[in-house]
Design a protein around this ligand. Sequence first.
Ligand SMILES: [Zn+2]
Length: 270
Amino acid sequence: MVDVFMANPEEELEFWAQLASLPPFENLTEEQKASLVGDLQRIFFPWLNDPVAARQFFVEVLSPELRQGIEKDYQAGGMKPHLERTLSTLMSEGVPKILELLGGKKVLWPSWAFETQVALMLEGRVLLESGAVRQTRQHQEFSTQLAARLLAELLRFLRRKPFPFRRCRICKKVMVQAVRGKPKLYCSEVCRSKGIPFAAKRTEHVRERRREKRQEEIENVRRILQAWPEDEQWKMIHKVFPDKSRRALVQLVNKAKQQQQNETPVGKGV
Ligand SMILES: [Zn+2]
């Protein structure tokens, strides 16, 4: 069995982060497209250069009718247009989901790719999920078939704890996060120097960050209360804050409800 994804995970994550930081596919130059198609093949389908392995893959994933055409294209050296369509599909339907998640939105994973629908939402550094992914669907097009497989692969990465992506605080570029250690907040020294104030202001800065962190936690909880059905809320909250005691969580929930109420205009009339 050919493993489609012999990819090196670090390289793969960098590739997704790079795609997420680029303008839409149709706005890219021809050179950019060609270079990305090259990366796509090198990272995910290196065995396409090996006729025996390629043939084995076609036999495994394609219906006989589809296979004939693809094998003809392959022999004629015509895989590039297929890979370019795959890339375009990924950039229009997969990658924007990373940005939506990082923006705090509830996201439905592209349902054409799978048999079932999955709802995702990012809270802090944890991905919340309901629904189940089963098989990827059979598709009529080779490029769509590849895209569906890559989207399944991306989803597997999004479930990693902690969440593998984050945006630079200053320039908003999408960055890959290490599995261990503190989150990386800035993409470069240049952005870091813009983000961290001088020593004189540091205590204030630290206090401010702490307040921000607390407020972020409250907002995490508020979004969970709004976005998920009641019987799932507590489970989701636990997942996002695995280290907090029940008591601390109850406090957080109360605070979130309180803020919610204060912001809801009552009896003001319209
Ligand atoms: Zn930056």
